[in-house]
Design a protein around this ligand. Structure first.
Ligand code: AMP
Length: 186
């Protein structure tokens, strides 16, 4: 059984948040969700929060420098194994992570644009997130995922630590696939 850290890689709306929560019910993991960390900063009205609120609201990425610093701080405080949800999102972030911690399993949630848009709009009805409510912003986030984050699939494939899962399936089915990977991966 796999005992190490995990990256859940996938476009916005691919199910990373839901699945990482499910995984913590069965395994001893802490979830490090950079989107939640940034939204909390925004809500708290901190200096960082004020700097980033427009960036997040418009669906743009915050700088690598800022997010790397935040993640490093969280990792420094944490001594449990972790699931990363929403990080890394760019090649520089992935290279930075390589320097600060070890991850030997990356689960890529593969899903169509159409399903993503529908899921995010549905989530937007209750999430209160402005970036979940406009089709333009959702399209921008999907485009940005393809340009900035999708190259990570190749990056991790070359390290032979990437597994792709069909995320069009139901949550239960995807969760079942992930469980099987965790059981077999070493
Ligand atoms: P998420 O909840 O993962 O969709 O993230 C919400 C927003 O937070 C994103 O649209 C970005 O503005 C910002 N964000 C989260 N993670 C990162 C990251 N790793 N790099 C840059 N921006 C991020």
């Amino acid at each position: 059984m796999y005992q190490g850290n995990i990256i859940l890689l996938g476009a916005p709306g691919s199910g990373k948040g839901t699945l990482s929560k499910e995984l913590t019910k069965r395994y001893e993991y802490v979830v490090i969700c950079t989107g939640d960390i940034l939204r909390n900063e925004k809500r708290s009205g901190s200096d960082i929060g004020n700097q980033i609120k427009d960036i997040i609201g418009r669906g743009n990425l915050v700088t690598d420098e800022l997010i790397n610093k935040i993640v490093q701080k969280v990792l420094y405080k944490n001594n449990q194994r972790f699931i990363l949800d929403g990080f890394p999102r760019t090649i520089p972030q992935a290279k930075f992570l390589d320097e600060v911690d070890e991850v030997d399993l990356v689960i890529y949630l593969d899903i169509s644009d159409e399903t993503l848009t529908n899921r995010i709009l549905e989530r937007g009805k209750t999430s209160g997130r402005e970036d979940d409510q406009s089709v333009d912003i959702i399209n921008k986030r999907i485009k940005q995922f393809k340009e900035e984050t999708l190259p990570l699939v190749d990056f991790y494939e070359k390290k032979s630590i990437l597994v792709t899962i069909d995320a069009e399936q139901t949550v239960d089915e995807v969760f079942n696939d992930i469980n099987n990977i965790i059981k077999l991966w070493n």
